[in-house]
Write a protein that binds this ligand. Structure first.
Ligand SMILES: *Cc1c(COP(=O)(O)O)cnc(C)c1O
Length: 410
C-alpha cells in the first residue's frame, strides 16, 4: 500500500534525537529555543513559539488574541476539525464561510457578509499547500479591525508573491505531525511578529505560569522573596495548559528542517508528474491554482526575482466529474484502496460533523461549494519519499480503474 502521506527519516535525524536522549535536557531545554529560532528564521517571522501539536498551537493563537465566549471567528469548513475546535476551546463561536470553487480556499468575497459586532478574527487555511490571497485577506481584516490567523499546517515552505507563508497573518500555525512537510513526531509552532502574542503563548503553554517579574501581579507581592533571592519564584497568572514540546522532538524538527528544501522540491516534482498525467484523463482534474501561483512544473524554471506564489503540495487533491467518468467518488476511492493506493479525503466539511450540527445548528445546505467539492475530492499519495515508480503506479492504477469503468467491466 502506498500511503497518502508519510514521514522521511534518515540517519541524521536519528543521530540528532539520540544525542538529546544522552544529554541533560529532555524537555524545555536548548533544542526548543533552537527549533523556534530556526523556524522563525526560515519563514522570516520575529518570534516562534513551539508547542506539543498543531492543535495546541491553534489553541495558543486563540488564547493570545483573547478570544472569549462572546466572540466569533470566521473560518473555512474545508479544514481539519482542529481549526474550528480551538475556537470552541475558548468558549467562542466558529462561523463558517464558503470556499472558492477552484482552489477550495476561504472565499474573500464572502467573508464580509459573515462579519458581525462579535467577530474578532478570521482563520484562513492554506489548503493543500496553496497560499491564500493574503493581500485581500489583510485588507478585509484591517478594514474591520479583525485579527488574521493562518492555519498554515499545510503550507510550510509555500510562498505568497515571493514571501514565505509564516508572517503574513498576525499568527501563523504549523504542525509537525508525520504527514506534514517536516515532523517532530507530534509538534506545532506559532510564528508571529507580535511580541505580546508570543509572550502570552509562552505563558499559556506552561500552565499560565511565568517567572518574568515584568508579568507578576501586585496581588502576590507579599509572597515574593527579595529580588536578589527570587530565581525560584513563579506565579500562575492565568489558566494555561501543559502544551510543552520535548527537546528530542525539537532536535528531530531541526534536523528535518535542513531537508525541507529537498522535500519541497520532491513534492513539486511529483505534483508536476501528476499534473501532466491528469491532463490526459478526462473527468479528473487537479484543484485550480490562483493566477499568481506557479504551476509545479515551472517551479524550477522561474526567475528568482519574479516573486511568484508557490504551492507547497502538502496534499495533491484531485476532483472527479462522475458524469464523465461514470463512477462516483466513493466507488473510485474504494477501487484505488483495493489496488494498494492509500487515498484519503480532505476533508469532511467541518460544519457537517455531528458535534457542530448539534452545538451550533449547522448542517447540509449551508455551504454549497464546500459540500459539492466534498463529494468530488480525493487526496492521492504525496510525500517526499515517493519514488518515480510509486508515482507511476498511482497514475497507472487510476488509468486502469477508470478505463475499466468506462468499458463497464467493474
Ligand atoms: C495537521 C493539521 C492540524 C492539526 O495539527 P496536529 O499537529 O495534528 O494537532 C490543524 N489544521 C490543519 C489544517 C492540519 O492539517
Amino acid at each position: 500500500m502506498i500511503p497518502y502521506g508519510r514521514q522521511f527519516i534518515d540517519e541524521d535525524d536519528i543521530r540528532a534525537v539520540t544525542e538529546v536522549l544522552r544529554s541533560d535536557w529532555l524537555t524545555t531545554g536548548p533544542k526548543v529555543v533552537e527549533f523556534e529560532q530556526a523556524i522563525a528564521d526560515y519563514v522570516g517571522a520575529k518570534y516562534a513559539v513551539a508547542v506539543s501539536s498543531g492543535t495546541a498551537a491553534l489553541h495558543c493563537a486563540m488564547y493570545a488574541i483573547g478570544i472569549n465566549p462572546s466572540d466569533e471567528v470566521i473560518l473555512s469548513p474545508i479544514t481539519f476539525a482542529a481549526t474550528a475546535n480551538c475556537v470552541v476551546y475558548q468558549g467562542a463561536t466558529p462561523v463558517f464561510s464558503d470556499v472558492e470553487p477552484d482552489t477550495l480556499l476561504l472565499d474573500p468575497e464572502q467573508i464580509e457578509s459573515k462579519i458581525t459586532l462579535n467577530t474578532r478574527a478570521i482563520t484562513v487555511v492554506d489548503y493543500a499547500g496553496h497560499p491564500c490571497d493574503y493581500d485581500s485577506l489583510r485588507k478585509i481584516a484591517d478594514k474591520n479591525n479583525l485579527v488574521l490567523v493562518a492555519d498554515a499546517c499545510h503550507a510550510l515552505g509555500a510562498e505568497y508573491k515571493g514571501k514565505k507563508v509564516g508572517f503574513l497573518a498576525d499568527l501563523n500555525i504549523f504542525s509537525f505531525h508525520p504527514v506534514k512537510h517536516i515532523t517532530s513526531g507530534e509538534g506545532g509552532m506559532i510564528t508571529t511578529d507580535n511580541a505580546d502574542y508570543a509572550n502570552r503563548m509562552r505563558i499559556f503553554r506552561n500552565h499560565g505560569i511565568t517567572r518574568d517579574p515584568k508579568c507578576f501581579s501586585p496581588l502576590s507581592s507579599a509572597l515574593r522573596p527579595p529580588a536578589s533571592d527570587s530565581s525560584w519564584f513563579y506565579e500562575m497568572v492565568d489558566l494555561g495548559y501543559n502544551y510543552r514540546i520535548t527537546d528530542f522532538q525539537c532536535a528531530l524538527g531541526i534536523s528535518q528542517l535542513r531537508k525541507l528544501p529537498k522535500f519541497l522540491e520532491r513534492r513539486r516534482e511529483i505534483a508536476a508528474l501528476y499534473d501532466e498525467a491528469l491532463a490526459d484523463i478526462p473527468g479528473i482534474e487537479p484543484l485550480g491554482l490562483r493566477a499568481d501561483v506557479l504551476p509545479a512544473k515551472q517551479f524550477a524554471l522561474h526567475a528568482p526575482r519574479s516573486r511568484p506564489s508557490n504551492h507547497a503540495y502538502h496534499l495533491y487533491v484531485i476532483r472527479i466529474d462522475s458524469n464523465v467518468l461514470g463512477i462516483d467518488r466513493n466507488s473510485l476511492f474504494a477501487k484505488l484502496q483495493e489496488k494498494g493506493i492509500g487515498v484519503n479525503v480532505h476533508y469532511i466539511p467541518v460544519h457537517l460533523h455531528p458535534f457542530y450540527r448539534e452545538k451550533y445548528h449547522t448542517g447540509a445546505g449551508l455551504f454549497p461549494i464546500a459540500e459539492a467539492a466534498y463529494e468530488q475530492i480525493i487526496s492521492i499519495p504525496m510525500f517526499p519519499g515517493m519514488t518515480d515508480a510509486d508515482v507511476e503506479k498511482v497514475i497507472k492504477t487510476m488509468q486502469t480503474v477508470i478505463h475499466h469503468y468506462r468499458n463497464g467491466d467493474c
